[in-house]
Ligand binder design. Sequence first.
Ligand code: SF4
Length: 79
Amino acid sequence: MNEKCFAMKKTPTREGVCSCLEKRTCPGYMICPFYKPVWVQERDRRRKFERLATLPEAQQLYIAEKYYQGRMPWRGDEV
Ligand code: SF4
């Protein structure tokens, strides 16, 4: 698999800058245990939001306040 990692900042080369890890230099997707292609990240995000939407209202409000600055992106409430 050699698809672009979701954490890679936009640079002309693949050995660029990682936006997630403390050590900013990406060693390359073949040796990084945190590599995740963009499409997998998007799929995981979609699944997470589908799951959040099934929770009781009070739990959704709690999660929205704690992690999303009061917004509920799983309901289309994006920034
Ligand atoms: S492969 Fe690893 S180091 Fe490179 S951008 Fe992705 S998460 Fe960061």
